[in-house]
Write a protein that binds this ligand. Structure first.
Ligand SMILES: Nc1nc2c(c(=O)[nH]1)N[C@H]1C(S)=C(S)[C@@H](COP(=O)(O)O)O[C@H]1N2
Ligand SMILES: [Mo]
Length: 431
């Protein structure tokens, strides 16, 4: 192992070589070859996870997998999230905890590429709009509220890597299962209105987004993530510069005090801790816009194949997808009548139909599917199923978009494990 926990998350380090990881995290005293204290990056990341310092960290016995690495993360202001990585902090929400029509802040997942900024002053926050515009702008949050119509919208954000853990052969990266998606209610101003005030020039092609988080390496010259949107998407009225999440300040891990929310596109287009929207005369070439980042092969490839950089395309609209939030998978002793609930969403806008099956796809039952609360809110659905007898069942959900595209059974393999839109399956044992 060449890199210590300063470069990798504890999860990854422990995964590869638990004994060596323990040395790295707790340190090995050079003189006696004995283990020392929890320190350095290990201590720092554990403190970040807990949202507090660890006064007695010197007493923590080495050789133990720190309890903070248990499956459920104790992240301040979050409830029941499962840690996917600790450095940077990445955490997903178990499907049954996403049952609410609008996702509470405490249940909204966290996907960080770097270290969130600390001690931000919302009153002094400034976002710059520049590049291919007639009139570059520097706006405080108060300016945004004063100069533009303030709107409140439920908008879903899904990480393009959601479902990555189900690829075969496996692919590296955050091993998300189902829960890197959420639909909070966001308050903000439309990016379209702000761009209009700046006067977007005819030469504009793309936006490029910048945020205030810092690189894991600590190198101030390195950028964590800077993605962008085609101008047509950036000026869609659903894309917000948001300063509130569910009627309160944004959660620190979800981009406080200011972020973009660009529903329909990969979550990475929703820049957190937003400091700049740079209007570009070409496709934005910021960090994680090239290579295999947020890009998929331009044609189907054999699972496990290597793909040349020139054969990738940037992920645009996310696929149609759905989630079963009740019953919880693994439910035992259910009655024969089962109420099934969940959400459905699609990057092309609307979901036209949601059907469920309890016989491995032989028959499908249309659920009652709500209209979205506003464009790009996920759509809530529910139905009652009556299964014929006691036994093991799987409930499958299949959403179909307004364009007539349905969810597949299996993900379409790609080298980085993006856009897995395979149907969600939950298991239920009926008594
Ligand atoms: N500045 C910044 N913005 C960011 C990220 C990041 O690492 N830094 N991660 C992106 C990714 S990959 C996703 S999926 C979403 C996740 O938003 P959330 O953490 O609020 O759920 O934020 C995006 N915005
Ligand atoms: Mo993401």
């Amino acid at each position: 192992m060449s890199k210590g926990p300063a470069e990798r998350g504890l999860f990854e380090v422990y995964d590869r070589d638990p004994e060596r990881a323990d040395d790295l995290v707790f340190g090995r005293r050079a003189d006696a070859g004995r283990r020392g204290f929890l320190k350095g990056a290990g201590l720092a990341s554990m403190g970040a996870m807990l949202g507090a310092a660890i006064p007695f960290h010197r007493n923590m016995p080495s050789g133990f997998l720190p309890v903070a690495l248990a499956a459920t993360a104790e992240i301040k202001g979050k409830d029941g999230l499962r840690l996917v990585n600790d450095r940077p902090i990445n955490a997903e929400t178990p499907a049954h905890l996403l049952d609410d029509a609008v996702t509470p802040t405490a249940r909204h997942f966290i996907r960080n590429n770097g270290n969130p900024p600390e001690n931000m002053d919302a009153d002094k926050w400034v976002v710059t709009i520049d590049g291919e515009v007639d009139k570059p702008l520097k706006l405080t949050i108060a300016d945004l509220k004063k100069n533009f119509p303030v709107v409140k919208q439920a908008l879903w954000i899904e990480c393009a890597g959601n479902g990555r853990s189900f690829f075969d052969p496996p692919v590296s990266g955050g091993q998300w299962t189902y829960g890197a998606v959420g639909c909070s209610q966001w308050t903000g101003v439309r990016l379209a209105d702000v761009l209009k005030a700046a006067g977007v020039k005819k030469s504009a092609v793309y936006t490029g987004h910048e945020g205030a988080d810092t690189h894991l390496s600590g190198d101030p010259k390195k950028v964590t993530l800077s993605r962008g949107l085609p101008i047509a998407k950036a000026t869609d009225p659903s894309v917000l510069i948001a300063f509130e999440q569910n009627g309160a300040a944004l959660h620190a891990q979800n981009g406080a005090p200011l972020r973009l929310v660009a529903p329909g596109y990969p979550g990475s287009c929703s820049q957190k801790w937003l400091t700049r929207v740079w209007v570009r005369e070409k496709v934005h070439d910021g960090e994680k816009m090239g290579g295999s980042s947020y890009r998929v092969p331009n044609r189907p490839v054999e699972p496990g194949a290597k793909v040349d950089s020139k054969d990738y395309v940037i992920i645009g609209e996310m696929p149609v997808k759905s989630l079963i939030t009740s019953p919880m998978t693994g439910t035992k002793g259910a009655g024969r009548e089962i109420e099934v609930r969940g959400h459905a969403w699609s990057g092309s806008g609307d979901v036209a139909e949601l059907a469920v099956s309890y016989d491995f796809g032989q028959t499908w039952h249309k659920a009652q599917l709500d209209k979205p609360a506003n464009p790009f809110a996920w759509q809530n659905w529910r139905t009652k199923l009556t299964v014929p007898q006691a036994g093991y069942y799987e409930i499958w959900a299949r959403a179909t978009s307004g364009k007539g595209v349905s969810q597949p059974h299996m993900p379409v393999w790609n080298p980085r494990g993006y856009v897995n839109s395979a149907m969600h399956r939950v298991s239920v044992t009926v008594a």
